[in-house]
Design a protein around this ligand. Structure first.
Ligand code: GLA
Length: 475
């Protein structure tokens, strides 16, 4: 082997470790995961963190495909906020909405185009055009202006061919920011844009009709639009425009997509900031009385996007009234009947005495009666616990002053199952305190060590870097 510089050696070791340990040899695929967990990192069927944000979802036969933004943590400042440059989109497939298989990246940056490596590309969405037997992908692109880029493929799994900007029939490009799509039961399809704009798409879905439909909400400065239809009611969901900061998202209903729309205000408790998330899509499953629409949102972590997670919650529908009155950290859904239920964490609880803390951790009694945690503000302080079982979960106190911790699983011989997973403990929601923040993949039953590290990193909006642990469970 040629002599290597220390940097070359580090890069080589990182690469070698990743290759040697990656793969599904440690995942239990005989009894896969059965629960949807919100606000925690998800792992794919190979045990790697799912990197899919601002997602769109499409069903083909009995398979669901999830397309989203692939992100890294290389941010750059834009208009007082941070953003990441386009590194490609990601695509996953699942039969049950719980176990997701990573597929080849459907689209990568193309130099000197509107989806170049110097552009921002966000919120990809997919539609299937039956007439042309073609999947059409829409994504918000920002270079010198905000536009919609499109790509097509004859297979949902791609690869997708870039087709340039989406244009109106008169040839002018559609301008805008966050986007969503909606396909009606009659096959017609619509592009949803910032500020509640809705445009019907042409028959081939590759251009837009110039005249916008009536806007569902009167307020402007809205983004992250999503639409779905249950029975004969159209539901339009959207966030306010507060960048990566979460806000109380709104909804409107109508009995025709052409309106008139009724402003129904917010659908989550005020101040919950949509359970600390921003809407991206809604998926309806089941049939008959058991029909359930699943709210799909993003919990963004500004400046540390890899820690950003999916928040999927079952929408409560009474008549045409929509709500998410309670947050469901762990739940399960029957896709055939649409019935869902909460799942309790039945794991054995590890107490502080079972955890080895190294460094400057402090035991704190919290304001809420009976609540306590163990916290540290010192970078690289570690907390480790040995467990025997298939899955471990971590609960922490979340609030506006906490930072990003990492979690890593090691075998009993000390070798790691994979890289550290970033976990953000910041929230600006009224829902603070004891929260499920990490759930491991379902592993082959064995003895493992869970290692938590203080990183010194934080969400751009957080006032501190402290990390804390309240409880660890294993089953
Ligand atoms: C909002 C949008 C995201 C992204 C960020 C940028 O959260 O919904 O898609 O553009 O702002 O700050």
């Amino acid at each position: 082997m040629n002599a290597k510089s220390p940097w070359q050696l580090i890069i080589f070791l990182l690469f070698a470790t990743g290759t040697a340990l990656a793969g599904s040899d440690f995942i239990d695929d005989t009894q896969p995961n059965a629960v949807i967990q919100s606000g925690v990192p998800w792992f794919d069927t190979d045990g790697r963190v799912i990197n899919c944000h601002g997602t769109g979802i499409v069903q083909v036969g009995s398979t669901y495909y999830l397309v989203g933004e692939k992100r890294d943590n290389n941010g750059f400042g834009i208009m007082g906020d941070l953003e990441t440059k386009f590194i490609g989109l990601s695509l996953y497939s699942s039969e049950d909405l719980v176990n997701w298989k990573h597929l080849a990246d459907p689209l990568l940056p193309i130099e000197k185009s509107e989806i170049g490596p110097d552009c921002i590309v966000e919120r990809p969405k997919l539609l299937y055009n039956k007439t042309n037997n073609e999947f059409v992908m829409y994504m918000h692109t920002w270079h010198k202006a905000g536009n919609v880029a499109i790509a097509t493929s004859s297979s949902v799994e791609g690869p997708y061919t870039y087709r340039g900007l989406l244009k109106f029939e008169n040839g002018n490009p559609v301008k805008g920011g966050d986007l969503g799509v909606f396909q009606d039961t009659d096959g017609s399809a619509y592009l949803l844009e910032t500020d509640n704009a809705i445009y019907q798409l042409s028959a081939d879905f590759k251009s837009a009709l110039s005249k916008a439909l009536p806007r569902p909400l009167k307020m402007s400065n809205t983004e992250a639009p999503a639409m779905f239809k249950v029975k004969d009611t159209y539901y339009f969901l959207t966030s306010r425009m507060t960048w990566w900061h979460h806000n109380d998202n709104h909804y409107a209903t109508a009995s025709s997509i052409r309106g008139p729309w009724t402003d129904r205000s917010i659908f989550c408790p005020e101040g919950s900031k949509t359970w600390n998330s921003q809407t991206t899509s809604v998926l309806t499953v089941g049939g008959g009385p058991g029909i359930t629409s699943i709210y799909m949102g993003d919990r963004w972590v500004d400046g540390c996007w890899l820690a950003g997670v999916n928040v999927w919650q079952p929408l409560v529908m009474e008549g045409d009234n929509l709500s998410l009155p309670n947050f469901h950290p762990i739940w399960t859904i029957n896709l055939a009947t649409g019935s869902w239920q909460d799942v309790a964490d039945s794991g054995t609880v590890f107490k502080e005495a079972d955890i080895t803390f190294t460094g400057n951790w402090k035991y704190n009694i919290m304001k809420s009666p009976g609540e306590h945690n163990t916290a540290s503000q010192t970078k690289d302080d570690l907390a480790t616990v040995t467990f025997h079982g298939k899955r471990a979960r971590i609960y922490s106190v979340v609030d506006h002053s906490y930072g990003v911790i990492t979690v890593q699983i090691l075998r009993s011989d000390g070798s790691s199952l994979g890289p550290e997973t970033e976990v953000d403990l910041y929230t600006d929601s009224i829902r603070q305190g004891h929260t499920l923040v990490y759930a491991s993949p379902v592993l082959k039953e064995n003895t493992y060590q869970l290692r938590i590290r203080i990183t010194g990193l934080k969400n751009h909006y957080s006032s501190g870097i402290e990390g804390n642990i309240q409880q660890i469970t294993a089953e």
